[in-house]
Design a protein around this ligand. Structure first.
Ligand SMILES: *Cc1c(COP(=O)(O)O)cnc(C)c1O
Length: 234
């Protein structure tokens, strides 16, 4: 089988899983956007995905993302940045990413806003706040503590070239994702009462997209189940 056949099969399976999970949850299948995470895969795979109708792709490291976005600039794609963000890279990320999922501290907002303001297409950058689902007291991997979310949201909402869209989370390792996503749904309900238009919820990956869709995810971030095991170890 060619690479394109492999990718088409993986993509078909993931689209079927999303459709089933939406049906199960009583939601329309177009309620959920599939963001294919292309990290470590070549730009040629991004081209295959675009040919197959994928509109949204995601990356987690700035250098790789910037290079791939440039190589694929002719394709009608929205680039999502889903990885840990350094404040000295934030402005550059806002130059090519249409959506940044991983805003987890106030310090990132000003450089992101500056980078977004310098985009030639003058498009506002969509921002999701990454919230940590780790139990309090653990060394959390990434994401704002739930208690810090409100202040962070207000800062993003006040930024001229950013649009506060919603929340993003990753289920903690070693825990049933369904329980973690239930907590996320609770945090989101509180968040929505202050920011009712920020309705996006980015949650769910290859292993847990069904559980995320069950609690209302609007964006799932799927790599392995579409493209196979990543070529290099993370
Ligand atoms: C790599 C990555 C994914 C995709 O993970 P898979 O298990 O390969 O589907 C999703 N979200 C983030 C933040 C990632 O870094």
């Amino acid at each position: 089988m060619s690479r394109a056949d492999d990718v088409a099969r993986g993509l078909g399976e993931v689209r079927d899983r999303i459709a089933s999970a939406c049906a199960e949850a009583g939601r329309g299948a177009d309620d959920v956007t599939l963001v294919v995470i292309t990290k470590y895969f070549p730009a040629s795979d991004v081209r295959i995905l675009a040919d197959l109708g994928v509109t949204d792709v995601g990356e987690n490291r700035h250098q790789e993302a910037a290079a791939k976005a440039e190589e694929c600039a002719d394709l009608p794609l929205t680039w999502h940045f889903v990885g840990g963000l350094q404040s000295n890279k934030a402005a550059a990320v806002a130059g090519y990413a249409g959506v940044v999922h991983s805003v987890d501290r106030v310090k990132l907002v000003r450089p992101l806003d500056r980078g977004a303001g310098e985009r030639p297409d003058a498009r506002a950058v969509d921002v999701l706040l990454q919230v940590s689902l780790d139990p309090p007291g653990t060394e959390h991997r990434a994401g704002a503590a739930p208690a810090d979310l409100a202040a962070l949201a207000d800062t993003v909402a006040a930024a001229e070239h950013l649009r506060l869209r919603g929340l993003m989370a990753v289920a903690p390792l070693g825990e049933d994702p369904a329980g973690a996503f239930e907590r996320l749904a609770g945090l989101r309900a509180d968040f929505l009462s202050d920011h009712p238009d920020a309705t996006w919820l980015s949650a769910g990956m290859s292993g847990d997209l069904e559980q995320a869709i069950a609690v209302g995810a609007t964006h799932v971030r799927v790599g392995t189940a579409v493209l196979g095991s990543r070529p290099r170890v993370q």
